[in-house]
Design a protein around this ligand. Structure first.
Ligand code: AMP
Length: 287
């Protein structure tokens, strides 16, 4: 068991460390996070540890992926607790960059994935993915991992990152792990801490609406309008809910479809505010 966690903030230091690891012929597994870690993050770390010689986790609450009206300032943070979870998980290194180093005053380069960044999350958060791809590109350049680990919880994000890696010819394998849920079905998220007791119960409507859609598809419903209408009915029955979107996309291309076809795989997706808290969830279906 590791007794300590080596934390690196300097960009020069992370470059020399990762160069040294690679020169020793060791593989690097990388898990980018915004901290306030939970079992969803830990599941990615376990995958990284299983398949790589060295595991590096980053914690960085990336300002460019928040719009001015979003929760950057109030985003939950608990570095000491995160560090103890990382020690428990036997992570080798924590990369904890400074905002001023990542975004100095003269910063002017952004990475933007065009098409799949614009739909669904991109419609409701138009600058979000540009911030995500820019910071993930910077993190990849700092760490140069063999494997990077992302959660299906943010399925569109994983699709956007995959597109970026393909387009920019990164030699990095993107691994996507299943959604980790609370016992009652709520997808784990750092933002769940915002929910009060009543909202915490109301939030179950996201996973329940996905189960309704899954059931309909398994029973042979092909028309996505019918499926999405049932989801909407369920979500709108909860007073504290404010639906952003429900949608079904083809899993590989992440394109919105209107007819379910046999032999294909899909993501059913939902984004919904419960009170003031915006939550997302999805379900992978293969029929
Ligand atoms: P975040 O700290 O929210 O930016 O998330 C960091 C990584 O953890 C992302 O790749 C997320 O998709 C992943 N993640 C977040 N929540 C979960 C979850 N409940 N299950 C699996 N992965 C998750």
């Amino acid at each position: 068991m590791h007794q300590e966690l080596i934390t690196i903030s300097s960009i020069d230091e992370i470059h020399s460390l990762t160069n040294k690891i690679r020169k020793e012929g060791k593989s690097i597994g990388f898990v980018p996070t915004m901290g306030f870690l939970h079992d969803g993050h830990i599941s990615l770390i376990k995958e990284a540890k299983k398949n790589n010689d060295v595991t590096i986790v980053s914690i960085f609450v990336n300002p460019t992926q928040f719009s001015p009206t979003e929760d950057l300032a109030s985003y939950p943070r608990d570095l000491e607790k995160d560090k103890s979870l990382l020690i428990n998980a036997e992570v080798d290194y924590l990369f904890f960059p400074n905002t001023e180093d990542f975004y100095p005053n003269d910063f002017q380069t952004f990475v933007e994935v065009n098409k799949i960044s614009k739909i669904l999350e991109g419609e409701f958060r138009p600058t979000h993915f540009k911030g995500v791809t820019t910071v993930v590109a910077m993190l990849f350049n700092c760490i140069n991992p063999d494997n990077a680990y992302f959660g299906q919880k943010d399925a569109q994000q994983a699709a956007v990152i995959n597109q970026m890696v393909k387009d920019l010819k990164y030699d990095i394998k993107i691994n996507v792990s299943p959604i980790v849920r609370e016992n009652d079905g709520l997808a784990m998220s750092s933002r769940n801490v915002y929910l009060n007791e009543k909202e915490r119960k109301d939030a179950l409507v996201l996973s329940r609406s996905l189960s309704i859609a899954d059931e309909l598809i398994k029973n042979g419903e092909k028309n996505t309008t019918n499926i999405l209408n049932e989801m909407k009915k369920k979500i709108n029955s909860v007073e504290s809910s404010d639906l952003n979107y429900v949608s079904i996309v083809e899993a590989d291309s992440f394109t919105i479809i209107d007819t379910i076809e046999k032999g294909r795989s899909y993501y059913i997706l939902v984004a919904c505010k419960i009170g003031k808290t915006r939550l997302i969830d999805n379900k992978f279906v293969s029929i």
